[in-house]
Write a protein that binds this ligand. Structure first.
Ligand SMILES: O=C(O)CCC(=O)C(=O)O
Length: 269
C-alpha cells in the first residue's frame, strides 16, 4: 500500500442505529438525512480530504484517480476516486464504520463498498446535470450512496437537489445518460442544504442534480456507494470497468468525463 495518510480513531467505529421510521422514510422517499459524525469526526474528515487533494496527479492507473476541471479561477481538482486503499482513515470511515452499518440497515442486509469519490466543487466549480446514478453503476441494480458534507453545502455553493418518491425505475435518458429534459421539468426538485458532517443518503435511482459553486467558499463532499454483499464485492470490478471504458472511448463533447455517464458539467483543462 502506498501512502496511507493520517490515521485516527473516529467515533464512527462505534455502533449507529437508524430507527424504523428512518428506514420507512428512506424506502418511501429514496433519501434520508442522518447525523452519524461528531464534530471531531467532521474536522478529521476535512483534514483527510485536504490531504488527498494534495496527492500528486495520477501516478498510474493502479493508484488514486484525480480529475481536473477548468474554472474561472484556473485549473482545479474536481474529483478523486479510488482513494481508500491509500488512506487508512478513509478506509476505516468508509469500509468499516458507521457509514457501512447505516448502508447495511438501509439495505436490510450486509453492505459492501462499491466505489468512493470526493467531489471538490471548489469555488467556481461546475454542477451536475439531472441524473440517476444507476446507469453509471454496472453489475448490480441496487446501490445506496451518501453525501458526507465536508464543508457546509448551500444553494449558493451547489448543494444536492433531490426528487422524492421517484426511485422505483430507471427513467428515460438523453444521449449523455442524464434524465430526459421533458421529465426534468415535471419533477419537484428539493435543495438539501447540509452542515459540514451531515450525511445525506440516497438510492442510485433517486433523481438528483446540483448547481455550480457560485460562491467564494469551497463545497467539498465525500460520496461512498454501497451494494449488498450478497450480490458480490464488486469494487475492483467497477474500477477495472471504468478504466477500460475510459481507455476505449475517447472523450467527446465539451465537458470533463468523470463518470460512465455524462452528468458532470465541468470544462476540460
Ligand atoms: O457533488 C455534487 O454536486 C453532485 C454529485 C453527483 O451527482 C454525482 O457525482 O453523481
Amino acid at each position: 500500500m502506498a501512502d496511507r495518510g493520517s490515521v485516527a480513531i473516529v467515533s464512527t467505529t462505534f455502533a449507529f442505529s437508524l430507527t424504523p421510521d428512518d428506514i420507512t422514510f428512506f424506502s418511501a422517499n429514496g433519501w434520508l438525512l442522518t447525523n452519524p459524525l461528531s464534530t471531531v469526526d467532521a474536522q478529521e474528515v476535512q483534514k483527510w480530504v485536504s490531504e488527498i487533494h494534495d496527492w500528486p496527479m495520477n501516478v498510474d492507473e493502479s493508484t488514486w484517480l484525480h480529475y481536473q476541471e477548468m474554472t474561472v479561477h484556473g485549473a482545479r481538482l474536481c474529483r478523486t476516486e479510488n482513494f481508500t486503499p491509500f488512506h487508512e482513515g478513509m478506509y476505516q470511515l468508509l469500509r468499516q464504520g458507521a457509514l457501512l452499518e447505516i448502508a447495511s440497515q438501509l439495505m436490510g442486509e450486509t453492505a459492501v463498498l462499491y466505489k468512493e469519490k470526493i467531489n471538490y466543487k471548489l469555488a467556481g466549480g461546475a454542477g451536475y446535470s439531472p441524473h440517476q446514478d444507476a446507469p453509471a453503476y454496472p453489475f448490480v441494480n441496487n446501490h445506496i450512496s451518501c453525501m458526507v458534507a465536508v464543508d457546509d453545502a448551500t444553494v449558493e455553493n451547489g448543494c444536492l437537489e433531490v426528487v422524492s418518491q421517484c426511485h422505483s425505475e430507471v427513467l428515460l435518458m438523453d444521449n449523455k445518460g442524464c434524465i430526459a429534459p421533458e421529465l426534468v421539468s415535471t419533477f419537484t426538485w428539493e435543495p438539501v442544504e447540509l452542515k459540514a458532517g451531515q450525511v445525506l443518503w440516497f438510492h442510485s435511482r433517486t433523481p438528483h442534480r446540483s448547481g455550480p459553486n457560485n460562491s467564494s467558499r469551497d463545497r467539498r463532499a465525500l460520496y461512498p456507494t454501497y451494494n449488498a454483499l450478497s450480490e458480490g464485492d464488486l469494487r475492483n470490478a467497477y474500477y477495472e470497468q471504468k478504466l477500460r471504458e475510459f481507455s476505449e472511448q475517447a472523450a467527446t463533447g465539451d465537458t470533463v468525463r468523470v463518470s460512465l455517464i455524462g452528468d458532470f458539467e465541468g470544462k476540460p483543462v
